[in-house]
Design a protein. Sequence first.
Length: 94
Amino acid sequence: MSKSRVFLLFAALQVCDVLTTLLFLHRGVQEANPLMRAAIAAASHPFIALALPKLPALALALYAARSGRTRLVARINVLFTCCIAWNLLALAAA
């Protein structure tokens, strides 16, 4: 997979992660990650707590992709695909 495609997939997965998390929070499902749960509780809006950590993650993924570490970013993409699948399962169960 090309450098730009692996990064674009990473970025799209980050957006999907935020959106599915917002949906399940709206339906009353609790965030499983204790750090994110605390950040959501402290933030004025859950979107802020979810989106802020994505900015450095995007920067790091862009750096990794541009420096030829596409395999690393691709593996992280698999992890986030699993996170999104988990979010969708939580939505289906809610």
